[in-house]
Design a protein around this ligand. Structure first.
Ligand code: SF4
Length: 62
């Protein structure tokens, strides 16, 4: 797994069809929380539980 920057995580989430914002702390206090893997409910332990990050990242860099 690559070490991705915040802007890369945002770019990935914006391309991701499975992006699902976490409903709790992020979105309630920050109404304009940005789309990013960091605010996705599938992002656990700095990894995508659906294993989509590498796939999307590779598509973006092609
Ligand atoms: S964590 Fe996974 S499912 Fe969520 S936006 Fe990122 S790549 Fe998509």
């Amino acid at each position: 797994m690559k070490n991705l920057t915040r802007s890369e995580l945002k770019a990935i989430a914006s391309q991701c069809s499975q992006y699902e914002p976490v409903s709790s702390q992020f979105t309630s206090s920050l109404s304009n929380a940005s789309t990013s893997c960091e605010t996705c409910s599938h992002y656990v332990d700095r990894k995508c539980t659906l294993d989509l990050i590498d796939q999307i990242y590779d598509n973006m860099t092609e």
